[in-house]
Design a binder for this molecule. Structure first.
Ligand SMILES: [Zn+2]
Length: 373
């Protein structure tokens, strides 16, 4: 017992020794807390995120900040100046919602508390809503994250890299067995891995080509803190044109940029202090040159692709990438801070341009790829 006490005291004296996600500080809001809320409490949470102050609201129609007439039974206000009715979600992606505030808060919590994201089907079963509702709800949150992206150029130490996502080939109808002579050869050579199977079919190759995209990531790194700001871009290939587009539009001249040895980045020494790491040999050079913060972002996106979403359509891949970038940047926030951050972004994003009327046929066609020709 004495041993345990010593360990606890030492932890208290040295809070940095504990992993952030295991600390008490991170657990400032739980699913139980939201489940115990009344509809009124949940409404107040929304109101606080939208206007901050308790007794004043800014009318979404005329913009006047005042203490407008409140209709308690409908959670709505009537503007003192233009007579328009509005609610806490008017002119936001959640406008005209049919879900209760409490249910929306529960869905938001499920979304923010899942480190690798949550699939629409999982959310629909957990919260008892239809798949369609959950799908559009999650995408509206992703749209809000995308609209709140800070466009200021990156400076300081920056890691840039590209990762291949989507277009995973299917194994197909037939199992392609290795030829007996190949197996015999392998045994003769003493190789441990299985014999090479016949190459993938043409159809599979085309599927891969059609759906595979490159997610380019730019991360600002502060030594000791890791990645602090993340930006994603979608591209067809990790080539010189894409690299140049990034250099000219997203990074301040004179920054320290670290990449791998891909030939796409050869022009970077013209704009920046450019350092490279040869990934076929090492993850970090002896001098500590690495682009591991870009890799750690890819790790999260890869895990969510394989483990949560299973498939990302090329059309919506940038939305998922932006979601994971937000998760990376919020990783040191508490549960309540993360939820408030996302709800704040959602309530200030304006009406949804991509997901309003989605199931009625209003689909977004733009993949939002760069560079734009
Ligand atoms: Zn008004």
């Amino acid at each position: 017992m004495r041993q345990t006490g010593t360990v606890l005291r030492r932890r208290k004296a040295d809070p940095m020794g504990q992993h952030w996600l295991l600390s008490r500080a991170v657990r400032d809001l739980s699913l139980i807390d939201i489940a115990d809320m009344s509809e009124q409490d949940a409404f107040i949470f929304f109101r606080k995120q939208r206007w901050g102050v308790k007794d004043e609201q800014s009318c979404p129609t005329c913009g006047v900040l005042d203490s407008h007439y409140f209709r308690k039974t409908r959670f709505q206000w009537r503007c003192k100046h233009c007579d328009a009715y509005f609610s806490v979600t008017t002119k936001t992606p959640l406008a005209d919602h049919k879900l209760s505030f409490k249910k929306m808060l529960l869905m938001l919590f499920e979304f923010t508390a899942s480190p690798n994201g949550i699939s629409a089907s999982s959310l629909s079963r957990k919260l008892g809503v239809t798949y369609k509702t959950a799908w559009v709800f999650c995408h509206k949150l992703r749209e809000s994250i995308t609209r709140a992206i800070d466009n200021a150029p990156f400076s300081g130490e920056i890691h840039v890299d590209g990762g291949h996502f989507g277009g995973k080939p299917r194994s197909g109808q037939f199992r392609h067995k290795a030829k007996p002579e190949d197996i015999a050869n392998k045994i003769k050579l003493g190789k441990s891995q299985g014999a090479k199977r016949s190459s993938q079919s043409r159809a599979n190759f085309n599927r891969k080509k059609r759906n595979r995209r490159i997610v380019m990531v730019i991360r600002e790194v502060v030594p000791g803190l890791g990645g602090v700001k993340t930006r994603c871009l979608l591209s067809l290939s990790e080539d010189e044109k894409t690299a140049k587009h990034i250099a000219q539009n997203y990074i301040k001249k004179g920054s320290l940029v670290r990449t791998d040895e891909s030939p796409a980045y050869t022009s970077y020494s013209m704009y920046f202090t450019h350092e490279t790491v040869e990934h076929s040999k090492e993850y970090s050079t002896v001098n500590g040159v690495n682009n591991n913060q870009a890799e750690s972002f890819f790790s999260r996106l890869r895990r969510s692709e394989y483990g949560v979403f299973h498939r990302m359509m090329a059309k919506y891949m940038i939305d998922y990438a932006n979601e994971m970038a937000w998760r990376e940047d919020c990783r040191k926030k508490t549960e309540k801070e993360r939820l408030s951050d996302l709800l704040g972004k959602t309530l200030s994003a304006g009406l949804s341009k991509w997901w309003r009327g989605y199931w009625q046929g209003a689909k977004r066609n733009d993949e939002m790829r760069v560079p734009i020709d």
